[in-house]
Design a protein around this ligand. Sequence first.
Ligand code: FAD
Length: 280
Amino acid sequence: MEDQNNIPHNQVFSPFNLAELFTFWNRFPDSVLFAGGTDLLRGQTGRIFSLPKNLISLDKVEELKKYSRTERHLELGAALCLSDIIRLGKIVPEALVTIINAIGNPRIRNLATIGGAIMSTHRYSDLHAVLIALDATYELKSAASSRWISASKFVTAGADLLQEEKALISRIRIPLTSWNYIFHKKIGDLHRDDPEGGTFLFLCNVMKNTITEIHLIFVGSVIVRFKDVETNLVGQNIPLGNKNMETILANCSALLEEKLSNNQFLQKSLYRCIETALTF
Ligand SMILES: Cc1cc2nc3c(=O)[nH]c(=O)nc-3n(C[C@H](O)[C@H](O)[C@H](O)COP(=O)(O)OP(=O)(O)OC[C@H]3O[C@@H](n4cnc5c(N)ncnc54)[C@H](O)[C@@H]3O)c2cc1C
């Protein structure tokens, strides 16, 4: 039996591997994972930080810092910091590079990890839109098991699943598709409680002036996928003719009205984003 008087009140565990990490987590189930700390410490300007009682640092967990690449996928350890991902060079999909470079500033990107960004509690992470659009999947690892879940499922249910399963995100797997056109825009102030905030992303492939693949997505207080619009656009030639453009924008407008009936600001912002993106 544990001697309760011998347990210090604040402790930071620094495991070297996942087995050690789960041993600590099992012993102190209230422990909070600490990756780059930029989200956990956000807004703390005092001399003494306020932190959870027990922390598990991911900094030395080797498995979470690895990356690998196959012909079809790039796999990133969840504790890789955003700058290190950029430094991997050409193997990183351009859309991901574009979005990462728009996150915070270099100092933030040197600390913030991809896993922490996905789990950020203060704001709608810009990464959700690109990881969903790229059809990424995340490995959820617990002491007993591991499984993969799509980024689109994770964005709505992920945090609860991790809590239920006492799991963490260990790897992010991204299919290596390249895109000719990338357009993205941050809307609103992106705080979690801002109903008008989020990220719009447009990815498109064009071959000999014909659209071959297209993804449009908004992730914020709501998630809007424009699947019908995407299907209608595949096979069309660019630049889009005036009549064509009018029909597409009318479809988008109807979808936005349906999905965001009480959010005029977001409706208008997204309409403008789509209009701009479709001018290529
Ligand atoms: C000044 C500033 C500007 C920013 N600008 C942007 C921006 O423009 N766009 C944007 O999208 N974001 C922005 N952010 C948010 C930033 O992306 C996040 O703070 C950062 O990515 C969090 O990563 P971290 O490693 O520091 O996470 P931490 O603070 O260490 O952790 C965040 C949360 O994730 C949990 N966690 C961490 N790793 C894992 C894991 N592997 N599995 C499960 N849970 C985990 C932690 O327990 C914690 O709850 C900004 C933040 C700051 C401070």
